[in-house]
Design a protein around this ligand. Structure first.
Ligand code: SAM
Ligand code: SF4
Length: 338
């Protein structure tokens, strides 16, 4: 394979490419497999078999991985989990990662519970943007879907993130028929006045999905038809930074956008530019399947990671086969840094 691509803008190290020519500049880092929620589609009520503390990468080790990968073209990071904000002193990790030469952009995926108290400190530490997950705007339903009542108020969390200067702020909604699909219009309405990017995600057959069925999946075309009852929709570019697999639309005159992410009815693997680091230091080149390379043990032995990274990219699958599979049994997204 050709591991290196062309020199990037600004004279940076050339971006690594996988064997299908996709340039890989984006690493999602899971800092914990634990969570303060138990979302019905993600984790069992009783939790999972948590990783032993000794297996989890320390902040110094995470920074060590990023320091070795940045010269290979890594530019953008996303901190995720589990729930990343429950790991103590997350702002210190973000500050250290932002100081690594070559790292231009750091994002966070969070359930948003702690955003009202943490957003300002995270921004000050160097966080650029945030995705928060919220599946309902109704307090009782929020607690029922998360199986925890932590007083989470999605609009408050989004307002705190916007006020802290995080940009863009995206709000991810997993749409489930008969559970929260009656709130699609309410979520979309937020974008009329808030500079918020609301993204509706098709439910995926992973983790806790066994008790949910195909009938709970709401295709994106149906979601957009409901959104269009608020006003004419036109295709939008979406946020300038951090454009991932979502397709964006704007309701006429709206401050924000509405996006759909469609893992179940469409694939977007052809433009996939990301790899993942699990909390216990394994590199995953695809969210699905079993392609993993252990970086933690070589790192702890002081060995160079570049050859392992290059090899892992040479094995990055061309695409996942979720659409064909449509079955349960895959690992929970919380365990692989979804
Ligand atoms: N705890 C953080 C959060 O909830 O945003 C970060 C980790 S969570 C695993 C990342 C994203 O995966 C969330 O937006 C969540 O809604 C989504 N997710 C988890 N399980 C899913 C499933 N079965 N189908 C679709 N999305 C899922
Ligand atoms: Fe926790 Fe996020 Fe999974 Fe919900 S989706 S249980 S918040 S990791």
């Amino acid at each position: 394979m050709s591991a290196h691509g062309s020199v990037g803008a600004g004279g940076h190290a050339p971006a690594l490419r996988d064997q299908h020519g996709r340039s890989i500049e984006y690493l999602r880092i899971s800092v914990t497999d634990r969570c303060n929620f138990r979302c019905v589609y993600c984790m069992p009520e009783a939790g999972l078999d948590w990783l032993p503390k000794a297996d989890i990468l320390s902040y110094e080790e995470i920074v060590g991985v990023v320091e070795q990968l940045a010269p290979l073209g890594l530019r953008r990071l996303r901190i995720t989990g589990g729930e990343p904000t429950i790991r103590p002193d997350l702002d210190t990790l973000i500050a250290k990662l932002k100081a690594v030469p070559g790292i231009e952009d750091i994002a966070l995926s969070t359930n948003g519970v702690k955003l009202p108290t943490m957003a300002t400190a995270l921004k000050a530490a160097g966080l650029d943007r945030v995705n928060l997950s919220a599946d309902s705007l109704q307090a009782a339903r929020v607690a029922a879907i998360a199986r925890r009542d932590l007083g989470f108020r999605p609009v408050e969390a989004a307002e705190a993130a916007i006020a802290a200067g995080l940009d863009p702020v995206k709000l991810n909604v997993v749409v489930m028929r008969g559970v929260n699909d009656d709130e699609v219009v309410d979520f979309a309405r937020l974008t009329l006045t808030m500079p918020l990017h609301v993204r509706f995600i098709e439910l995926m057959p992973v983790g806790e999905m066994a008790h949910l069925t195909d009938e709970h999946i709401v295709p994106s075309e149906e979601v957009l038809a409901r959104v269009a009852t608020l006003g004419a929709l036109s295709p939008a570019d979406g946020p300038a930074r951090g454009n991932g697999p979502a397709k964006y639309h704007r309701i006429a005159g709206a401050a924000g956008t509405v996006g759909v992410i469609t893992p179940m009815t469409h694939t977007y693997c052809g433009s996939c530019n990301r790899v993942r680091l699990t909390a216990d230091g394994r590199l995953r080149t695809c969210l699905y399947g079993d392609h993993e390379v252990n970086l933690r043990d070589p790192l702890r032995r002081g060995e160079p990671l570049e050859p392992l990274f290059v090899r892992a990219l040479s094995e990055k699958p061309l695409e996942h086969n979720l659409i064909q599979m449509k079955v349960g049994g895959l690992r929970a997204l919380s365990q692989v840094g979804g």
